[in-house]
Design a protein around this ligand. Structure first.
Ligand SMILES: Cc1ncc(COP(=O)(O)O)c(C=O)c1O
Length: 399
């Protein structure tokens, strides 16, 4: 009996599942998986409860309820000046994960090459493979070997986009660039110059851009620029985001993709056979959340920035080389100053050594040498949890 398909070869279990299970088993603090340990606003939960109680429990429309599509359109207009048609240019998905899956299955044919920033979010690799595509990684690297002041590296110098390497990665079989900004796991936020360079490549070679912007509301002192706002890009970009990340309801799995009708239709074409429709009672709640006033977004960002600084300062004090992120809720460290070389070994032993879980970067690379000694830590956790994790991590410096 054959129980495995070639499409799944080499994919194994996602590192997030492995490390979250390890955290539970060892009663460790989970700074691995990127989910907040506080829920989003009660007022938004109330909308979901009301939807449950008022009978919004059957299949909603495949594209998403009109109320949510309108709210997504209003959000893109309000924050970025992007005007969309809610009837044809928006699809609601089961998290950004399904938007990524639908886009890649709907837009990539077997043998097509997809350029992807490395380290990459692991579902990109899985879905490119399931679509029969070929990934062409372009690697974001640390800027140098020098440790910054007090262990914190100088801002904006690491994990920049190597534009020449991006140009060189294009071949006659390239059809798609899969972008991610703010970038998981490095926390880099692509600058306008970098995005313009990507846009120039996409336009010159007539490529589709799929832009994963789930951390759009989590940038710290730098702007988030959707590539769809650059000249010539709206018509070739599918932008993906998620209510889970912006409103701290990751378990609701409400995401979306927006862009030109043909890209949305291709995504929908695959989505209808993946989930068919997505979380009916959560859709009105996310629609309300998207209309939140600026205070909500400011407070959300400010709280996360405080936690970022708490974690980064603490890790630097312990001796790690810390890459302070400009966006997302992840910080990266190099573990070599503490005498470790291999991030995977380090993360597998960390629960026993210190009762903390983190994620090794190396699982997000084709060539693991580029990220062997890098480890990702999530700071979307309450300050007291981060403080306790840092206290536990002091054990590392005593061995
Ligand atoms: C870059 C990136 N894209 C997509 C997702 C998945 O988002 P969702 O939970 O909405 O499926 C994540 C979640 O961690 C992510 O980091």
């Amino acid at each position: 009996m054959k129980v495995r398909s070639n499409r799944l070869d080499g994919l194994g279990t996602t590192i997030f599942a492995e490390m979250s299970a390890l955290a539970l088993r060892t009663d460790s603090i989970n700074l691995g998986q990127g989910f907040p340990d506080t829920d989003g606003p009660d007022s938004i939960i109330d909308v979901a409860v009301e939807a449950l109680r008022s009978g919004r429990n059957q299949y909603p429309p495949g594209l998403g309820i009109p109320e949510l599509r309108d709210a997504i359109v209003a959000h893109q207009s309000r924050w970025y000046g992007l005007e969309l048609d809610p009837a044809t240019e928006v699809v609601v998905t089961t998290g950004a994960t399904e938007a990524i899956a639908g886009a890649l299955l709907g837009l990539v044919d077997p043998g097509d090459e997809v350029i992807v920033l490395e380290p990459y979010y692991d579902s990109y690799v899985a879905m490119i493979q399931m679509a029969g595509g070929i990934r062409r990684p372009v690697t974001l690297r640390p800027g140098g070997t020098a440790r910054g002041q007090a262990g914190l590296r100088p801002r904006g110098t690491d994990f920049r986009l190597p534009i020449e390497e991006l140009r060189a990665a294009v071949s006659p079989r390239t059809t798609t660039i899969l972008l991610n900004t703010p970038h998981n796991p490095t926390g880099a936020v692509l600058t306008e110059d970098e995005l313009r360079a990507v846009a120039a490549v996409a336009i010159e070679h007539d490529l589709v851009v799929i832009s994963d912007e789930v951390y759009e509301h989590l940038t710290f002192d730098v702007p988030h620029i959707p590539i769809a706002t650059l000249p010539g890009m709206r018509e070739r970009t599918l932008t993906i985001s998620s209510g889970g990340k912006s409103f701290s309801f990751t378990g609701w799995k409400i995401g979306w993709a927006t862009g030109p009708a043909e890209l949305v239709a291709a995504t929908m074409g695959a989505k209808q056979f993946l989930s068919y429709v997505s979380g009916a009672p959560f859709q009105p709640a996310i629609a309300t959340a998207l209309g939140s006033d600026a205070d909500y977004f400011d407070a959300f960002r400010a709280g996360m920035q405080t936690q970022r600084d708490q974690l980064c300062d603490g890790l630097a004090r312990l001796g790690f080389d810390v890459f302070v992120p400009d966006g997302t809720y992840f910080a990266t460290t190099d573990i070599r100053p503490l005498g470790h070389e291999d991030g995977m070994e380090f993360c597998r032993s960390l629960p026993e050594l210190a009762g903390v879980v983190a994620i090794p970067h190396q699982v997000f690379y084709d060539d693991i040498s580029a990220g062997r000694s890098l480890v990702r830590w999530a700071f979307c956790k309450r300050p007291e949890v981060i403080a306790e994790a840092l206290t536990r991590l002091e054990r590392l410096t005593r061995v």
